[in-house]
Design a binder for this molecule. Structure first.
Ligand code: ADP
Ligand code: MG
Length: 242
C-alpha cells in the first residue's frame, strides 16, 4: 500500500524553556513523521514534554533547534504573526477545559475561527452547521456552554477545531474533565472524525484514549522512547506507519 503524504515532519527538534538564568530542555532530539489519515496518541509521565510537543506541533510555539515541516512547509523559523495565520488555516486544537466563550452560543463559538479566517458571512452558516452535525449537535446550535453537559461542550470544542477544515487536529487531554460516559461520547466523535479522513494527534494520560488511536508514541524526559502501531503490541521499537 502506498504511504500517504506526511502532515508532520519533525527532524531533530529540541526545545528549551528559559527559567531565569537556567534553561530547561523539554524536548531533546525529537524526530517524527505523521502521515495523512493517522490517529496518533502521545503518552508519557507528567513533565516529559507532551504539552511542549503539542505547542510546537500546533505552531503555538517554535522549536529552539531542528526542523518542523507542516504539510511540506518549513515552519520552525516563522514569527508569531505568520504562525498564527498558518495555525488558523491548517490546525484545529481541542483543549482539556474546552475554552468556549461562555456568553456565546454553540453556533457562535464554532463560527469564530471562520470569522478570523476572513470567510464571508454568507459562506459561514453551512460550514458551522455541518461541523455541529459532524459532532452530533445540530440540535444544540442555540445553546450556550452553561446549558450543555461537559461532553457536549467538548463536542462543540471539536466542531470549532474542525470547522475551517484543518489538515491536523490536535488535542491535549481532551477527556480530562469528563466522566467516563461523556468521555466515551467524545472519543466516539473522534473515531468518526478520523474515519472521515482527518489526521489526529492526541496527548493523553488515559489508556482509554490511547487505545482508540492507530499508533502510540511514548515520550520520556523529552525523548521519544516508543512508537507502536495498534494491534502490534507484541512488537517493540519503531513500527512503520500505515
Ligand atoms: P508534560 O505536558 O508532559 O507534563 P511539559 O511539556 O509541560 O510536560 O514540560 C516539560 C518540561 O519543561 C518540564 O520540566 C517543565 O517543567 C518544563 N516546562 C514546560 N513549560 C515550561 C515553561 N513555559 N517554562 C519553563 N519550563 C517549562
Ligand atoms: Mg502537559
Amino acid at each position: 500500500m502506498p504511504s500517504s503524504s506526511p502532515v508532520i515532519e519533525l527532524t531533530d527538534v529540541t526545545k528549551s524553556h528559559r527559567v531565569g538564568e537556567l534553561s530547561v530542555r523539554a524536548l531533546d532530539g525529537v524526530s517524527l513523521v505523521v502521515r495523512e489519515g493517522e490517529y496518533v496518541a502521545v503518552t508519557g509521565p507528567s513533565g516529559s514534554g507532551k504539552t511542549t510537543l503539542l505547542s510546537i506541533l500546533g505552531c503555538l510555539d517554535r522549536p529552539s533547534t531542528g526542523s518542523y515541516r507542516l504539510v511540506g512547509d518549513e515552519v520552525a523559523g516563522l514569527d508569531e504573526t505568520v504562525r498564527a495565520r498558518l495555525r488558523g488555516r491548517r490546525i484545529g486544537v481541542v483543549f482539556q477545559a474546552y475554552n468556549l466563550l461562555p456568553r456565546s452560543t454553540a453556533y457562535e463559538n464554532v463560527e469564530l475561527p471562520l470569522v478570523y479566517a476572513g470567510i464571508s458571512a454568507r459562506r459561514r452558516p453551512p460550514l458551522v452547521l455541518a461541523a455541529l452535525e459532524q459532532v452530533g449537535l445540530g440540535a444544540r446550535a442555540r445553546h450556550r456552554p452553561g446549558q450543555m453537559s461537559g461532553g457536549e461542550q467538548q463536542r462543540v470544542g471539536i466542531a470549532r477545531a474542525l470547522v475551517a477544515g484543518p489538515a491536523l487536529l490536535l488535542a491535549d487531554e481532551l477527556t480530562g474533565n469528563l466522566d467516563s460516559k461523556s468521555a466515551g461520547d467524545v472519543l466516539a466523535v473522534l473515531d468518526q472524525v478520523h474515519a472521515e479522513g482527518t489526521t489526529i494527534v492526541v496527548i493523553t494520560h488515559s489508556d482509554d484514549v490511547a487505545d482508540r488511536a492507530s499508533r502510540r508514541l511514548r515520550i520520556s524526559d523529552g525523548v521519544l522512547v516508543g512508537d507502536q502501531a495498534r494491534d502490534q503490541t507484541l512488537t517493540s521499537g519503531p513500527v512503520a506507519s500505515p
